[in-house]
Design a binder for this molecule. Sequence first.
Ligand code: GDP
Ligand code: MG
Length: 464
Amino acid sequence: MLEGGVIAAIATAWGESAIAILRLSGSGSVALADKFFTGRRRLADLPPRYMALGRLVDRSSGVESTVDQVLVVRFEAGSSYTGEESLEIHCHGGIAAVQRCLELLLGAGARPAAPGEFTKRAFLSGRIDLTQAEAVQSVIRSRSDAALASSERSLQGELSSRLANLADELTKKRAALEVRLDYPEEVDGQEADEISGDIAAIALIAHDLAKRCHVGVMLSGGLKIAIVGRPNVGKSALLNALVGDERAIVAETPGTTRDTVNASTIWRGLVMEFVDTAGIRSTDDEIEGKGIERTLMAMRGADICVVALDSSSPISDIDREIASSVAKPAVMAINKSDLPRVASDDDILALSGLGPIEKSVRTSAIKSASPDSGIDELKDAIFGLALGDVSIEEGYSATERTVNVIREAARFVDEAGQAIKKSAGVDVAGSLLASASEIISEQLGTDATEELLDAIFSTFCVGK
Ligand SMILES: Nc1nc2c(ncn2[C@@H]2O[C@H](COP(=O)(O)OP(=O)(O)O)[C@@H](O)[C@H]2O)c(=O)[nH]1
Ligand SMILES: [Mg+2]
């Protein structure tokens, strides 16, 4: 539960910097800061959104001592980030000055803000909805221009208005079905077709939105890609080539990569995090055995796999075993394309039928500097697989939770359509649409429970 009162926190990152900013929010913030502020006028007399230069002074020992020279700006209730009376104090950066300033404020009755509490207050006062609150977090976490753009789209309310539009459509359709219930005669074939057509259109909106948000999740969280394959096919060399850096040890002796190595690169705005894994091989060497466990684990944690092959040697049973154990959408890297080809096309083709391998690219990891190394094509293939038919400009930053909510809503709508088709009745369809609209409303925050709010805001940093 949120308590009221004045909350205070450092809003900038910890460490040496030119300035640091403290935030105060809640009724009484200005009076509280005025106890320590010495300037040409009192903060209470300062026009809102104007900065005043002054000092924060500590008088607790009976002698006045300057804690730091500061710039202060105050915001009035109704026109601040939180919607409450609030204040920002800009002091010198580093650790001591900002920490002392914070201690002064806490000593005078301000409470240390909980993680995300400023944004939570902004939500509770109706300044932003839940989707926008989550977007604040993804703006902060953005690591690429594309990630930032998708976060800004969500923050500006584009995603919220699409969700609201979806909720609207659901309500309208439900109302129409309820009217239909007042006429108890059976739904005839033509009418059923019409209703299920309308429902299918709503389902399409929901599925499209879920896909766009999934792209947003990948944009902000990065795409995890496990490079798997038998020893010596060039997985470590591929990792180095993909990120353009010597991150993993490349060696001629099979089985040298015994740990997993992570490295990332940004490709067309998408952060790609590659995990190089130990080669999968039937072995009784215990250390390598652990490496294999890690491979399977890396594959589990990955969004996408790169299945690496060595085209200069015949396809083996281990290659086939690996291909059939792939459980994520995968791209095949037919590596060592600079060497004479030994693996037969038929054997390679047969591999892609064993697992969810959707594309294949010929690569030469050791010729990564050359334009025909296939490395960029490999990244493009991964990019295409991740985004599907959604373009990066259509992504909406969102959390995994949001994507699941929208997917669940889409499933309810799908089921409603099926209910109509199977003549299970308009009442069944109506209640399925009601379930869909309920969870969308919760997502928008109109019905959010305290548990949900806590789960969301506790992931924020303090001061946000
Ligand atoms: N000719 C050629 N050699 C490669 C290529 N990729 C990797 N290698 C070599 O294959 C050996 C094994 O590479 P490495 O990346 O350690 O394989 P890993 O065990 O799958 O990680 C090393 O000697 C690499 O130099 C390639 O594209 N072409
Ligand atoms: Mg290796």
